[in-house]
Ligand binder design. Structure first.
Ligand code: HEC
Length: 131
């Protein structure tokens, strides 16, 4: 297979709608990776001593994380709805750290442990979105 072609042998067996969905997820992942690269460039511009403080204060609150990361997929139908389902806090944390099929894993450098706990509790107890 020519380099740069996106079809992998695993794709061949997917139904057309699954294929479209996979493509949508891949586009979101590429977008997020690009955002991460941009964020990395921004970090390089500050003095080394400031980097830690900036990384630690990256997220204002769980809603901020949800909007900036999770919502990119979970609010547009790429990933399943998370709000209002009373999902287990542990399950949410594990899914974020390990990834799940098409969903990429997120590391402590993306979302640190204390913020992940808050995010999981926020989602677990959230009401179903009104739309
Ligand atoms: C790049 C897209 C993407 C991003 C970003 C993303 N997810 Fe997902 N997520 C998915 C997809 C796709 C699935 C469904 C995986 C499957 O079962 O095939 C999923 C599944 C899940 C599940 C399991 C839901 C269920 O019903 O089984 C949880 C929990 C979850 N994501 C939480 C999160 C959280 C929290 C974040 C933010 C830190 C996040 N996801 C960010 C794509 C994403």
């Amino acid at each position: 297979m020519a380099q740069g072609e996106t079809n992998t042998p695993a794709d061949a067996g997917l139904a057309p709608n699954k294929k479209a969905k996979k493509k949508k997820v891949e586009e979101q992942v590429t977008k997020l990776k690009r955002m991460a690269v941009l964020a990395g460039t921004a970090f390089c511009a500050v003095a080394p001593g400031q980097v830690h403080a900036q990384a630690a204060g990256q997220w204002a609150n769980p809603t901020h994380v949800y909007t900036k990361i999770c919502g990119n997929c979970h609010e547009i139908g790429v990933g399943p709805r998370l709000k209002g389902r009373k999902l287990e806090v542990d399950f949410i944390q594990q899914t974020v750290r390990r990834g799940l099929k098409a969903m990429p894993a997120f590391r402590v450098t993306d979302v640190d442990d204390p913020m992940l706990v808050k995010l999981a509790e926020f989602l677990s107890t959230s009401e179903r979105a009104s739309k």
